[in-house]
Ligand binder design. Structure first.
Ligand SMILES: Cc1ncc(COP(=O)(O)O)c(C=O)c1O
Length: 491
């Protein structure tokens, strides 16, 4: 007889069943909404378009060509099978030397060869996700804190906190100065921690930034380096979008600041870089992440822990061959930047045409930080959620609300633009444009074009928007129709 308990509560650990994963945030809710109704141009043209996923899918053709031309790099091919036995057996947690050499070379290349990286300071991990957790575990004890400038990638809450028990405290950055990380904001966060008797062990920055899509300038990096040096706390720099910088100004890595900048005094033992191939190469499925630490004690501690999240040797072998191919890497990085720049141009042009603003200096990443403050009913995070539900349920775009990035100000949304083909991007833009036309806010599009688009009825939008107009924040106050049940439930 099968006997099942109705509750798993006492069977599983508190730490596993608690909400440390953070999956009940709108960031993950949006993914669920997409999963239950995914857009497909023929099979589900009214479905949700996924714009909540920071994936780089614009250059797979280049990778596929390389794989076909380099079959020896895959051990499951006629050309590569001779290596199968050795690779299948290898399990040293230092990793294949040729893998670490190739990653070190790639990191330097992506940073314009202005700095070099020592392969011996590289520790493998399961993506940047694993790298963050390992570092947090090595650098802080449960209850200790890291300061993090806002808005920040929601995954940090899970990656750094869940299993380590450390805390993340916000360094509050604001739109009034384009979310700049100022010395004053860092000092204020540090002081708040001290008042609360919390030990600050480090500062975590993400450059280029997810969700802002901007890079840190030299002056800010210098001020960060001197801040952590004076406080004698660690600096973790997540640089996983390093090669996605597609326009000026150039990316400046923290490594350039601490190694090359004569005006900066910084104890390099405090500095650690997190990197992965998930964004720059578009390989999140390969789980290739690394910690690059300037501190030998951290390297050796992290290496011991890395056996919990090694990169499979088969993947190391393939990546070593791919990243050692200088001609390919140069061509790939240049072409990837070109395609990202083009996609960014098309997307921002479409947004501007629809009357939507976004953080202007954006020149990196796979997303835009969209400014929808003008569409909020009032300046609250509740109003932000109401708007988010309209966008996801009725415009059928999964974008992520700023509150899930701990943004200090309601009305900002992250929207990803590199995880879809050109046609899907056009459908998304048409939906946005039509949404704005019907809201009659800020749009400069002539009525004739509006009518033409409505008669095309892309994805059945006209019908849906007619229904949507009845939702509370869009409906005329005199409308006889009731609000949609979905919106009512969230009010
Ligand atoms: C800033 C940042 N760090 C880390 C990660 C996780 O990357 P990975 O897939 O390498 O674990 C992401 C993924 O979106 C990210 O945006």
């Amino acid at each position: 007889m099968v006997f099942k308990l109705s509750s798993q509560e006492n069977l599983l650990s508190k730490i596993a069943t608690g909400n440390g994963h953070g999956e009940d945030s709108p960031y993950f809710d949006g993914w669920k909404a997409y999963d239950s109704d995914p857009f497909h141009p023929e099979q589900n043209p009214h479905g949700v378009i996924q714009m909540g996923l920071a994936e780089n899918q614009l250059c797979f053709d280049l990778i596929e060509d390389w794989l076909l031309d380099n079959q020896k790099a895959s051990i499951c091919t006629n050309e590569g099978v001779n290596e199968f036995k050795d690779i299948a057996n290898f399990q040293d947690y230092h990793g294949l030397p040729e893998f670490r050499n190739a990653v070190a070379k790639f990191m330097a290349k992506v940073r314009g060869n202005r700095v070099t990286f020592n392969p011996d300071n590289i520790v493998m991990s399961g993506g940047a996700t694993g790298a963050h957790e390992t570092l947090a575990f090595c650098l802080a004890d449960p209850g200790d804190a890291f300061l993090v400038p806002t808005p920040y990638y929601p995954g940090f809450d899970r990656d750094l906190r869940w299993r380590t028990g450390i805390q993340l405290l916000p360094v509050v950055c604001e739109s009034s100065n384009n979310f700049k990380i100022t010395r004053e904001a860092m000092e204020a966060a540090y002081e708040r921690a001290q008042e609360a008797n919390i030990k600050v062990k480090g500062l975590l920055i993400n450059n280029p930034s997810n969700p802002l899509g901007t890079v840190l300038d030299r002056e800010t990096l210098r001020s960060i380096a001197s801040f952590i040096n004076e406080k004698n706390i660690h600096l973790v720099c997540d640089e996983i979008y390093a090669a996605t910088v597609f326009n000026q100004p150039n990316f400046i890595s923290v490594s350039e600041i601490i190694e090359e900048d004569i005006d900066v005094q910084c104890n390099t033992d405090l500095v650690h870089i997190v990197y992965s191939l998930s964004k720059d190469m578009g390989f999140p499925g390969f789980r290739v992440g690394i910690i690059y630490s300037y501190n030998d004690a951290v390297v050796s501690c992290a290496r011991k822990m890395s056996s919990f999240g090694l990169v499979s040797t088969q993947t190391q072998y393939l990546i070593a061959a791919m990243l050692s191919d200088d001609e390919f890497v140069g061509r790939f990085v240049a072409e990837s930047r070109k395609r990202l720049a083009k996609r960014h141009r098309v997307f921002t042009w479409g947004l501007s045409r629809a009357g939507i603003k976004y953080l202007k200096r954006s020149n990196a990443g796979l997303f835009l930080w969209m400014d929808l403050r003008q569409l909020l009913k009032d300046k609250t995070f509740e109003a932000e959620m109401v708007l988010w539900r309209v966008i996801i349920e009725e415009v059928k775009l999964n974008v992520s609300p700023g509150s899930s990035f701990h943004c200090s100000e309601p009305g900002w949304f992250r929207v990803c633009f590199a995880n879809m083909d050109d046609e899907t991007m056009q459908v998304a833009l048409s939906r946005i444009e039509e949404f704005m036309l019907l809201r009659n806010v800020g749009s400069m599009v002539p009525v004739k074009r509006m009518l033409r688009q409505q008669s095309l009825n892309i994805g059945g939008l006209s019908r849906r928007f007619d229904e949507r107009i009845m939702s509370p924040c869009l409906r005329s106050p005199h409308s006889p129709m009731p609000p949609s049940p979905l919106i009512r439930a969230t009010n």
